[in-house]
Ligand binder design. Structure first.
Ligand SMILES: [Zn+2]
Length: 313
């Protein structure tokens, strides 16, 4: 059996899987990321122990997806937004506790592996995975292998700059795709509309939530055809399409697979907009040869991908 774990900023989720890669049990706990490394490790150990306790057979491997720059070969978290340390030997620490071979990888990369092996990207070998939520995560499968780059940080599609005069981004740069097309990026646009006295039920909802956008607000606003929500999404998806056009021109992938909270909520509405923009800004032959699909595993992509890295090594 295998254990797959997804360490997020809010929750640590895990799954116990059979040797046939079927999920048997689940476990979930608050990650307590703000309380420091010791707290998050305690929570991680609890999730692993709970799953291990429910296993009738030997656990052959543990896979862990975690945000940050991950040296998967050395098993070291170089830096992470979720664990406030540098060069933390996560693999070694987990192996010392459980005596089970453990493998770690960036959380978005394991999400892409999950979709590639078990979800919407199954059967393809050149895949660009993009997850649109609070931020924009990305991952690459090239010629049938996860591509992680020199320091394990490849695939930061959200941080491709598309306008040097654009809005500031959380990464320190300007005009990144994430600064436009993530929920955080859309909030900047929405709050500018609010500041300039524009009014609609959608804008009021965001304003009353202290300027914070929720995917559910977008779903409701599109349902009632709120003109500002349509404007915000048109703008965000056009920018996302520009960024994807660059990626397509660079890599000539088989497939662009899109997931994350925003896509899950409104994929059918957003995908045609993204594709229209992408078609406009990419080279015609390259666009024509690229397929677009929605991710299918939702929040489970991380635990499936994490299990997969444990089962492959
Ligand atoms: Zn950025």
């Amino acid at each position: 059996m295998y254990i797959g774990i997804d360490v997020g900023g809010t929750n640590i989720t895990g799954g116990l899987f059979s040797v046939e890669h079927e999920i048997l049990k689940r476990a979930k706990m608050k990650s307590r990321a703000k309380d420091g490394t010791a707290a998050i490790m305690e929570q991680l150990f609890k999730v692993i122990s709970e799953l291990k306790g429910q296993s009738s057979e030997e656990i052959l491997g543990i896979g862990i997806g975690i945000a940050g720059i991950i040296d998967s070969k050395a098993g070291i978290v170089r830096s992470s937004a979720n664990i406030d340390v540098v060069n933390f030997p996560l693999k070694e620490v987990v192996e010392a506790e459980f005596h089970i071979p453990t493998y770690i990888e960036n959380d978005v990369n394991v999400g892409v592996i999950g979709e590639w092996k078990y979800g919407g990207a199954k059967g393809y070998s050149n895949i660009v995975g993009i997850f649109v939520g609070t931020g924009i995560g990305g991952g690459l499968v090239l010629e049938g292998k996860l591509y992680t780059g020199k320091i394990g940080a490849a695939g930061e599609i959200g941080h491709i700059p598309i306008d040097m005069n654009g809005p500031y981004c959380g990464c320190g740069s300007k005009g990144c795709i994430e600064a436009y097309a993530s929920k955080t990026g859309m909030e900047q646009y929405i709050n500018a509309l609010i500041k300039h006295q524009h009014k609609s039920s959608f804008l009021t909802r965001v304003e009353e939530n202290n300027g914070r956008l929720k995917s559910g607000y977008l779903v409701e606003a599109i349902r009632v055809k709120d003109t500002y929500a349509i404007e915000v999404l048109d703008y965000a998806m056009e920018k996302l399409g520009v960024g994807i056009a660059g990626v397509i021109n660079l890599l000539n992938p088989d497939l662009v697979v899109l997931g994350g909270g925003v896509m899950e909520a409104l994929g059918d509405y957003l995908l045609p907009k993204i594709q229209a923009s992408c078609e406009k800004y990419s080279m015609p032959e390259l666009y024509k040869s690229t397929q677009f699909k929605m991710a299918t595993l939702g929040d489970d992509s991380g635990i499936y991908g994490a299990m997969n890295i444990a089962s492959q090594r």
